[in-house]
Design a protein around this ligand. Structure first.
Ligand SMILES: [Zn+2]
Length: 413
C-alpha cells in the first residue's frame, strides 16, 4: 500500500451550495482534485486535514470594483461639502501629497481587510494624472506582488478627473499600460468632452489589447445616458464581453420602457454592469435628504435578462464612502435589503459576488469543481440562507490550496 498521500489538503465535512449532504474536498497541486460524499467515505490520505464542521464552503469572493489607492482617508472626510463633486475635489487635493509609501500602507490595510473577509480576486481602480503621476500605480503594483499568496489583484488605471481636459494624463496612462497595468478605465462624466473621452479610451484599449471598466451615469437624471455610446463602441470594436460599467445609477431612475430598452441593449452589446451600493446610497439623492429614492442600479434584474452583473465595494473609509469593512457579503446583504429581496433572492445576490463577478473579470477555473483553482472559504453558517442573512464571517480561507487565514472562534464566558 502506498504511503504517498492522495491529497495535499482534505477539507472534511463541508456543505456546498444547494445541497445539504456533507462532502470532503480533496485538494492537490493547488486545485480541487475530488469532491467525495461523506456518506460514502473511505479511508483517504492527506498531508493536512481541516474540519469545516458542516459549515458552508464557497469559492473565494470576487470584488470587481475597489479603489485601494484612495482608501482609508477617513481622517480627511470631515468638513467636506459632500456629494460626488465634493468627494472628487477632496481627493484631488489630497492626492498631490500621496507618496508611494502612504498609498502602499493604506492599500495594504484595505487589502488585508478584504482577504480576511474571504475576497480572493479584486479589480482595483487606480487614479493616474499629473497630480499623482505614477506613484499610486507603483504602490499598487507592489501590493499585487506582495499579496499574491492570498489574492489576485487586477489593476485598472483610469483618469478620475477627465482625459481631454487634463493635459498630461493620457501620456501617463500610456506609461502605466506599458508598465503592467491590466486594464483601462474611463470616467466620461468628469470630462469636458465625454464622447471624445469614451472614443479615446476605447482606442487606447484596442492598441494595448486590454479590457475596459468605466465609471458611468452616476446620477439620477434619466433624461440622458452614456450607455448607448458605450454599447455602440463595444460593438464597433468587437469588445463585447470586455467592457464593464460601474454605478449606472440612472437605471434606478428610469421608467419601465427606458429601463427595458437599455437592459436589452447592454445584453446585446455584452457590456457588464456593477452596482456599488454603499457609495451609490451615500452620494445619490442628497437633495431629497432622507426621502431620497434608492440610487442603486437593480443589477439582479439585469442578470435575469442576460447582462453580466456584479455587486462590489468601490470605496472604503474615504470622502466617497466613509464606511466599509471590505465584506462583500455585507455589501450583497445591503443590496438585497434595499431591493426588498428575501431568501428567494439570496442565491442570486450571492452569485453577483461570486460566479457572475468572476465572469465579469473573465476568471478561468472559478468555482468548486474538480480541476478548478482551490480558492475556497469556509463561512460560519451551515447553509446559504443563514450565511447570507446573517453576514456570516469567513472562518478560514485557502488560496490555490494554501491556507491563507483563519479566524479564531469567539467564546462567550
Ligand atoms: Zn469607483
Amino acid at each position: 500500500m502506498s504511503s504517498v498521500p492522495l491529497f495535499d489538503i482534505l477539507i472534511r465535512n463541508a456543505t456546498l451550495q444547494g445541497d445539504p449532504s456533507l462532502v470532503d474536498i480533496g485538494i492537490r497541486d493547488g486545485r480541487v482534485a475530488e469532491i467525495l460524499p461523506v456518506a460514502q467515505r473511505q479511508e483517504t490520505k492527506a498531508r493536512v486535514e481541516e474540519d469545516a464542521g458542516g459549515r458552508l464552503v464557497l469559492p473565494g469572493f470576487v470584488d470587481t470594483h475597489v479603489h485601494l489607492d484612495k482608501s482609508c482617508l477617513l481622517a480627511c472626510c470631515r468638513g467636506g461639502g459632500g456629494g460626488l463633486k465634493g468627494a472628487v475635489s477632496a481627493v484631488s487635493r489630497l492626492k498631490q501629497d500621496f507618496t508611494e509609501e502612504d498609498v502602499y500602507r493604506r492599500g495594504a490595510r484595505t487589502i488585508e481587510m478584504a482577504i480576511l473577509q474571504g475576497t480572493m480576486h479584486m479589480r482595483t481602480h487606480v487614479e493616474v494624472d499629473p497630480r499623482v503621476g505614477l506613484r499610486s500605480f507603483a504602490a499598487i503594483q507592489r501590493l499585487k506582488r506582495d499579496y499574491a499568496f492570498a489574492i489576485d489583484l487586477s489593476i485598472c488605471v483610469f483618469p478620475q478627473e477627465g482625459l481631454l481636459n487634463d493635459p498630461g494624463t493620457e501620456a501617463l496612462l500610456e506609461q502605466a499600460l506599458d508598465g503592467g497595468a491590466d486594464l483601462l478605465g474611463g470616467c466620461p462624466y468628469t470630462d469636458s468632452d465625454p464622447s471624445a473621452h469614451m472614443e479615446r479610451i476605447f482606442a487606447m484599449a484596442q492598441s494595448h489589447d486590454v479590457d475596459l471598466d468605466f465609471h458611468l451615469d452616476f446620477d439620477l437624471d434619466p433624461s440622458w445616458t452614456h450607455m448607448d455610446e458605450i454599447c455602440r463602441l463595444a460593438e464597433a470594436q468587437g469588445w463585447q464581453g470586455r467592457v464593464a460599467i460601474g454605478h449606472v445609477t440612472k437605471l434606478a431612475a428610469m421608467d419601465e420602457d427606458a429601463f427595458e430598452r437599455h437592459v436589452t441593449r447592454l445584453a446585446a452589446a455584452g457590456v457588464a454592469v456593477t452596482a456599488l451600493p454603499s457609495t451609490d446610497l451615500y452620494l445619490n439623492g442628497r437633495d431629497k435628504g432622507f426621502r431620497a429614492v434608492r440610487g442603486v442600479a437593480p443589477v439582479h434584474l439585469l442578470a435575469e435578462r442576460g447582462v453580466t452583473a456584479s455587486i462590489a465595494t468601490n470605496n472604503v473609509l474615504n470622502p466617497f464612502t466613509p464606511y466599509g469593512d471590505c465584506s462583500l457579503l455585507r455589501m450583497a446583504n445591503l443590496y438585497a435589503n434595499l431591493m426588498h429581496l428575501g431568501p428567494d433572492g439570496f442565491s442570486q445576490c450571492l452569485r453577483l459576488i461570486t460566479q457572475d463577478a468572476a465572469r465579469l473579470m473573465r476568471i478561468e477555473d472559478y468555482g468548486i469543481a474538480p480541476g478548478h483553482a482551490a480558492d475556497l472559504i469556509v463561512l460560519d453558517a451551515t447553509d446559504e440562507d443563514e450565511a447570507f442573512g446573517s453576514i456570516a464571517p469567513a472562518q478560514m480561507g485557502f488560496k490555490n490550496g494554501r491556507k491563507t487565514f483563519e479566524r479564531q472562534a469567539r467564546i462567550l464566558r
